[in-house]
Ligand binder design. Structure first.
Ligand SMILES: Cc1cc2nc3c(=O)[nH]c(=O)nc-3n(C[C@H](O)[C@H](O)[C@H](O)COP(=O)(O)OP(=O)(O)OC[C@H]3O[C@@H](n4cnc5c(N)ncnc54)[C@H](O)[C@@H]3O)c2cc1C
Length: 398
């Protein structure tokens, strides 16, 4: 998507070339060329005194008919042949929103060689309609092609709301989709609701987690939000019915400038935090990187994943992929152990959904004890090795 040039009106004066902050416009002998660097900022449109430049029609704007947009959509992410759990969580939330609005809930499934049962799983989890686009160009995720396809589908079908997971994939291409449609996007929502007028009430932490801000998008459609995994509860599948549609899209949607040569799976399995049922997290109380070994040992023993506070990540003791909290992962395991972690609000917002929280801290006043199910006031260097020994003894390993 780029600025449109009316060649009849263009006088090749070159003013737009100078004002473009992205150097996206070049002069040719007879006209101008706009490159893919164009961000649709509109500076050139405002400057052109001949009315030769315009922005493409990208949907509703202030004063336009928002009622032409109808339905709630969920972008259904999948990995290794399975629907990502966040998609079921979004379908559950989307179902509530769609029922309140009295509109259909639709899921969008993009990929190649997709198992036919995936679309039916989405229906069983709440979707009325599933749009499936199965093309070789979608075999590997790229922002460009996935973004183009979703933009085209939205332009054609005009949903009023689009929800996607705040996963690495969602965070990567959903902002591009919002920018192409020139609509608003609220990232990392923790709560969604709908106003009687149909405004999506998008709530997310702001100002370092101290304020919960509710954001609306009154003039543009669709209203777009990403939601962190595990923040919302999925509904159980049931025997509901729905339809599967395979829309035909223009070929240019599938044109890519990026070729994926190889996909290398992440070696560090312990980083799969959001899926883990047990997490043992370490904080700055560990004092140095080598001391993370006891956290790793305990995590291995209980078949859990290793988490960390930002304090520990900032010290360089463990990679950021392990960080739990506002700027890390949101987790909700059955058991979360916070070892040598103070319990700052930014950490707590990422783990307070855990079923059982055990905190180990030598400071009895540490805020982590406010959210802990069980609190252990002890020096972690005494407690954790003793705890490991006890587990091994009980298993007959010592
Ligand atoms: C915008 C923003 C976003 C942020 N995002 C995140 C985020 O996503 N995740 C996150 O975690 N933080 C985040 N933070 C940082 C957060 O505010 C805290 O600074 C951080 O969580 C502190 O890490 P910590 O608890 O490990 O370290 P500290 O605050 O230094 O606490 C260490 C704790 O270990 C205890 N301790 C020390 N020695 C021992 C011992 N021998 N035995 C037992 N206990 C001991 C201490 O009593 C203390 O409670 C964010 C901050 C901002 C401003």
């Amino acid at each position: 998507m780029k600025v449109l040039v009316d060649r009849q009106k263009c006088t090749v004066c070159g003013v737009c070339v100078d004002v473009c902050p992205f150097s996206a416009i070049t002069l040719t002998e007879t006209s101008i060329e706009v490159s893919d660097a164009c961000t649709l900022c509109g500076m050139c449109v405002d400057t052109c005194e001949f009315g030769a430049l315009s922005l493409p029609d990208v949907g509703a704007g202030p004063g336009e008919d928002l009622s032409a947009f109808r339905g709630v959509w969920v972008y259904a992410e999948w990995r290794e042949g399975l629907i990502h759990k966040v998609s079921y969580e979004l379908l559950s939330e989307g179902r509530k929103l769609a029922d309140k609005r009295g509109v259909p809930l639709c899921a969008v499934l993009l990929g190649h060689g997709l198992d036919g049962t995936l679309a039916h799983e989405l229906i069983a989890h709440g979707a009325d309609v599933v749009y499936v686009v199965d093309r070789p160009e979608l075999a590997h995720f790229t922002d460009e092609v996935y973004g183009n396809v979703l933009v085209e589908l939205i332009r054609e079908k005009r949903p009023e709301i689009l929800l996607a997971g705040a996963t690495s994939m969602g965070r990567s291409f959903i902002p591009r989709v919002a920018a192409c449609l020139r609509t608003g996007l609220t990232a990392d929502c923790t709560e969604l609701d709908i106003s009687p007028e149909g405004l999506l009430l998008q709530t997310r932490p702001a100002f370092g987690g101290n304020v919960m801000a509710t954001i609306v998008c009154p003039h543009r459609r669709p209203q777009m939000a990403t939601v962190r995994p595990k923040v919302m509860k999925p509904v159980k599948r049931d025997g509901r019915t729905g339809s599967v549609e395979s829309p035909t899209l223009p070929e240019e949607c599938f044109r890519a400038r990026i070729e994926v040569l190889e996909v290398i799976p992440e070696k560090d399995q312990t980083a799969k935090l959001t899926e883990a049922d047990v997490i043992v997290s370490g904080g700055r109380g560990l004092r140095k990187a080598e001391n993370f070994a006891i956290i790793e040992e305990l995590a291995q023993l209980v078949r859990g994943a290793v988490g960390a506070s930002r304090g520990a990540v900032d010290e360089g003791w463990i990679p950021p992929s392990h960080q739990v909290g506002q700027t890390g992962r949101t987790v909700a395991p059955s058991l979360y152990m916070a070892v040598g972690i103070a319990g700052a609000i930014q950490h707590v917002v990422g783990m307070q959904g855990s079923n059982v929280i055990v905190a180990v801290n030598k400071d009895p006043m540490a805020p982590i004890f406010d959210v802990a199910t069980y609190g252990v006031v002890a020096d972690l260097f005494d407690f954790i090795p003793a705890f490991i020994r006890k587990i091994r003894q009980d298993r007959g390993e010592l």
